[in-house]
Design a protein around this ligand. Structure first.
Ligand SMILES: Cc1cc2nc3c(=O)[nH]c(=O)nc-3n(C[C@H](O)[C@H](O)[C@H](O)COP(=O)(O)OP(=O)(O)OC[C@H]3O[C@@H](n4cnc5c(N)ncnc54)[C@H](O)[C@@H]3O)c2cc1C
Length: 195
């Protein structure tokens, strides 16, 4: 068993200035206005709620999280997903994301529970079950890998919902990492999003 932390990586090699110029070019067609300060233009369309312009740019993140957070992420219908399949991957050693409230005192209990899942899974595989059948005994905290692509308008929507204090603590960790990356690469797109 391996206990891991959720991680996020932007897999696109992006040039923030170029993206802002693209958005400006697309957005300014409506009034046939001259190109100028792309950053101010993008800031103004966000302020005015003219967010459809942001749909011209999409970004893909590689996310490692548990199955429960994956299920929440995949509720976002305007995003595209490719997810590690528990039907086809056979788990010899379970990789799990620890619950947020895990302390020194209860870590051994948590490990015992995961060992039970490991034993049940190995038992079913030993009985000749395929991984797609044996997966029934895998825990929700099983770590999984996925790629998630969405346009900038949808990322803004997701980040507003998923960094809010109403969101699950581990979802906020994942969304917080995405927000940090966008703050570094495309600050104007997320500067109004404050968890
Ligand atoms: C704190 C929190 C608690 C939650 N609790 C639960 C829960 O208990 N049970 C549960 O089932 N879900 C729950 N959810 C999931 C939630 O209901 C949404 O399914 C999820 O957040 C996706 O959001 P969305 O539908 O706005 O966004 P997306 O699917 O990302 O869509 C983006 C936007 O596109 C528009 N849109 C997309 N599809 C349609 C459509 N078919 N018709 C009209 N407009 C559309 C909407 O404006 C939508 O906001 C929870 C979410 C959060 C953040």
């Amino acid at each position: 068993m391996k206990i891991i932390e959720p991680t996020v990586e932007l897999i696109d090699d992006i040039d923030g200035a170029q993206i802002l110029r693209k958005l400006e070019r697309c957005g300014k067609v409506s009034r046939q206005s001259k190109l100028g300060d792309a950053e101010s233009f993008v800031r103004s369309i966000i302020k005015r709620g003219h967010e459809s312009v942001l749909e011209h740019v999409s970004l893909t993140f590689h996310i490692v999280c548990d199955r429960a957070i994956m299920a929440e992420l995949t509720r976002h219908r305007l995003a595209s997903f490719t997810v590690e399949s528990t039907r086809y991957v056979k788990y010899d050693d379970l990789k799990v994301v620890a619950p947020f409230e895990l302390t020194k005192d209860n870590t051994h209990l948590f490990k015992d529970m995961i060992h039970n899942h490991e034993r049940s899974y190995a038992f079913l595989i030993g009985c000749g079950c395929k991984p797609e059948i044996a997966r029934s005994v895998l825990p929700l905290c099983l770590a999984t890998e996925l790629y998630m692509t969405a346009n900038l308008r949808e990322w803004r929507h997701i980040l507003k919902l998923r960094t809010d204090k109403a969101a699950h603590p581990q979802m906020r960790v994942v969304a917080g990492q995405i927000l940090d990356i966008l703050r570094e690469k495309l600050p104007v797109i997320v500067e109004d999003i404050t968890p």
